[in-house]
Write a protein that binds this ligand. Structure first.
Ligand SMILES: CC/C=C/CC(=O)SCCNC(=O)CCNC(=O)[C@H](O)C(C)(C)COP(=O)(O)OP(=O)(O)OC[C@H]1O[C@@H](n2cnc3c(N)ncnc32)[C@H](O)[C@@H]1OP(=O)(O)O
Length: 717
């Protein structure tokens, strides 16, 4: 796991634990043994630690967190490195993260390739740096940078890391040779002044000010998450305690937060994100399918979704045609894209160079004939089957035979669109979430005819444009929207039965959702929901009135439309489920008028309002969706619970510290969830989302925990 060799007078400890050289037990032992050997060998005058293959160690082996752990721990190994009288150089390439950066900080010198990145991403998996990182980084960078890096987990590019003092020199060429060259220069120099443990934390007397600011920041930005709070406490101690006591304190905090339910859930989410990249569909999978190279693209429609998608593509450095039917729409779209790109540069999401290059990559057009040679087209017009079919038929005629045709539909079965073409195997759904340039989920949808190579192409494209792609089978609403539907429906019923919209919102925000369901409705516009309902009613032949309570035998609430009909369209009109400071305002406040409307609505329908507990709100919103999630698995729409959890984490900003709804259900206990679903089914027989899933019933009756058949190793952590 650590290859030992001596070149001239320099010992090389080359970590060899693919794919990311994680610091497993064997690696830690290899480093300890290597240091001992190098220290004893009188011919050795300096030591280099580097990583074989793609990277310097990218951290501890997360899989080991579930076991009892085995000595040697990283801190004593690191102490051995630091105590060495022979200079030790960390030669960094790839990603030097977590425990990897801690090893580097124990070394006396750090050199890195320009392409390397360093960071402490532990916070993202619910823990804190546990091998003295919280004590050593502040001694190098000062407190503000240390608080920021450790609580955000961000990866810092090598050049920036050099400015922070983390990297001593940026080197070029082969990293091992560069490390050896650097080490040879350091031969004979005393290592004592390079030992971080003995250095003071700069500006330590102002720790209170920095720590308070950091704590306020993490409580606001990472509401509900425990790890960032622990990170602040650990870093703070670096300025308040002697080094050894600071390390001891870090260990105590690490042991508490590391055993928390949040840490387990976040580690599950880490692996789940990787598991969904290993997709399967009839006829192929991620190992066997061959993505076609995508060098040119086009987006049809320059509305909100089309422009957002174009921004994602351009930001990844891919050329993109933007197609609209008239000059005015096209110009509006171009303005939007320009503003979004400028915003991304300002926020540091993309570099100014990428922003500038995007302008030359964007090709506005009103002619489909320009698309003859593009590799992939994404149709992003509004949700209308006939229009989508018309566009697909046109594209089929003009595009080269190998072009992949994608629809950014949020619900329409892909088979129904693909019939308009002679290449159904090259048709596929790519469902982006609004705002498309921001939300990380990309729900790719295969139809009965989509080929595995086509699926592989959009899965790869998703990664290229910085999304987390999942692959699901086509059905009405696909995975994400189908499963999320009961969440909205049940929230509507709850306010009809007695809860107030702000009570429901508060409960769900306390649960961990960034915004309650009624604030979300106000944000997207009550007219939007109302129009969708009207469309559904039309298809079903139902005439909607204020008194309508059922649609096709299913319970229905008309309250949203009642408000929309009053001109309460949400934020944009200054009133919706809440009132706002102005039309387009963002500050939601309770509106007594809504209570009056609600009371009148219930009176008209003869509904007696009652007190509803927080527990009931959570159960009805979450368990109804979880039940649908199990049906989605039963029907093979999603292959694994991980696809479902990832869709909620990245499509609906479900809190990572709960892992996702399916992981959450497993934590609650499938038996308990199933019993409550049966209870609600008995009480609300006219809601099909309460009809219990057979799969859930089986698992619950046979007492099989979901973690047993989840693919992610994190599920068993
Ligand atoms: C006591 C000391 C305590 C120290 C605390 C820590 O160090 S905690 C760990 C801190 N490090 C991290 O959190 C890094 C996690 N990894 C990543 O962010 C990324 O993997 C990467 C290093 C940036 C590389 O990204 P890339 O997209 O290139 O590859 P993948 O993410 O797909 O990963 C490849 C496979 O490697 C597995 N893996 C990655 N990191 C770890 C890890 N730290 N422990 C165990 N396994 C890891 C990952 O699951 C992939 O495996 P597959 O089986 O191929 O899916």
């Amino acid at each position: 796991m650590v290859d030992y060799s001596v070149n001239s007078s320099v010992a090389l400890l080359l970590v060899n634990n693919p794919p990311v050289n994680a610091l497993s037990h064997a690696v830690r032992k290899g480093l300890a043994d290597g240091m001992l050997k190098a220290t004893k060998d009188t011919k050795v005058k300096a030591i280099v630690i580097a990583g074989k293959g793609r990277t310097f160690p990218a951290g501890a082996d997360i899989r080991e967190f579930s076991g009892p752990g085995k000595e040697p721990w990283l801190v004593p190994v690191g102490n051995g490195i630091e105590a060495s009288g022979k200079p030790v150089v960390a030669a960094i390439h790839g990603t030097c993260l977590g425990g990897g950066l801690e090893v580097a900080l124990f070394c006396h010198y750090r050199v890195a390739l320009k392409s390397a990145r360093v960071g402490f991403p532990e916070v993202a998996i619910g823990i804190l740096p546990g091998a003295a990182g919280t004590q050593r980084l502040p001694r190098v960078t000062g407190l503000p940078v240390a608080f920021d890096m450790i609580t955000s987990g961000r990866h810092v590019p090598a050049e920036q890391a050099k400015k922070y003092g983390i990297i001593d020199e940026i080197v070029t060429g082969d990293i091992v040779n560069a490390g050896i060259r650097y080490a040879m220069i350091m031969v004979g120099k005393s290592t004592i002044p390079r030992r971080l443990r003995a250095k003071p934390v700069p500006d330590a007397e102002n720790v209170q000010k920095y720590a308070d600011a950091a704590m306020a920041h993490v409580k606001r930005k990472y509401k509900g998450y425990e790890a960032p709070v622990y990170c602040v406490k650990a870093v703070r101690a670096s300025a308040e305690k002697p080094y050894d006591l600071g390390v001891e304190n870090e260990k105590t905090l690490f042991n508490v937060v590391g055993k928390s339910g949040q840490a387990r859930a976040q580690q599950y989410a880490f692996f789940a994100e990787r598991v969904v990249g290993k997709w399967e569909m009839p006829g192929g999978n991620s190992q066997t399918a061959k993505p076609i190279p995508v060098r040119s693209t086009a987006v049809i429609g320059a509305g909100t979704m089309g422009t957002g998608i174009a921004v994602c593509i351009l930001s990844a450095g891919l050329p993109c045609y933007l197609v609209e039917q008239n000059q005015k729409f096209l110009e509006n779209g171009l303005k939007t894209i320009k503003a979004l790109m400028e915003g991304s540069v300002k926020l540091g999401k993309i570099s100014p160079e990428v922003g500038q290059r995007a302008a030359s990559l964007l090709k506005p057009t009103m002619s489909y004939d320009d698309l003859t040679g593009v590799d992939l087209v994404i149709e992003a017009v509004y949700e209308n089957l006939e229009l989508k079919k018309e566009i697909f038929a046109k594209l089929d005629k003009v595009c080269k035979p190998s072009t992949i045709l994608c629809s950014n539909t949020s619900s329409i079965d892909i088979d129904r669109i693909a019939v308009a073409t002679k290449r159904p195997e090259k048709c596929v759904g790519v469902h982006f979430f609004a705002p498309a340039y921001h939300m990380k989920l990309l729900e790719n949808i295969y139809s009965t005819k989509t080929s595995p190579d086509t699926a592989a192409t959009v899965m790869k494209l998703g990664k290229t444009i910085g999304k987390v792609p999942i692959l699901v089978k086509s059905c009405q609403g696909f995975l994400a929207n189908r499963m999320n539907t009961p969440y909205g429906t049940e929230s509507g019923f709850l306010v009809e039965e007695g809860a107030l919209p702000w009570e429901v919102d508060q409960v769900m925000e306390d649960f961990g959702m960034p915004m309650g369901p009624f604030k979300v409705r106000d944000l997207s516009g009550l007219d939007v929901g109302s129009k969708i309902t009207a469309e559904i009613a039309k298809t079903l032949g139902v005439t909607l009135t204020d008194e309508t309570r059922f649609m096709a035998g299913n319970r229905y609430s008309h309250m949203n439309t009642v408000l929309a009909n009053m001109g309460r369209l949400g934020r944009k009109s200054g009133k919706g489920w809440y009132k706002y400071e102005k039309a387009g305002g963002k500050i939601a406040s309770i509106d007594d008028d809504v209570i009056t409307v609600l009371n009148n609505h219930c009176k008209k329908l003869g509904i007696e309002r009652r007190t509803i507990s927080s527990q009931e709100i959570i159960e009805r919103l979450m368990y109804s969706c979880i039940n649908e999630g199990f049906k989605i698995l039963e029907e093979g729409i999603a292959k694994r619970p991980e696809e479902i959890d990832i869709s909620w984490l990245y499509g609906f900003t479900f809190p990572k510290y709960l892992g996702g709804p399916m992981y959450y259900a497993n934590q609650v206990g499938l038996g308990r969830v199933y019993d409550r679903i049966c209870y609600y089914h008995e009480n609300f027989p006219f809601s099909k989302h309460w009809v219990p899933s057979q799969l859930l019933r089986r698992l619950s009756e046979q007492n099989i925990p979901m973690s047993q058949w989840m693919a992610s190793p994190g599920a068993r952590l």
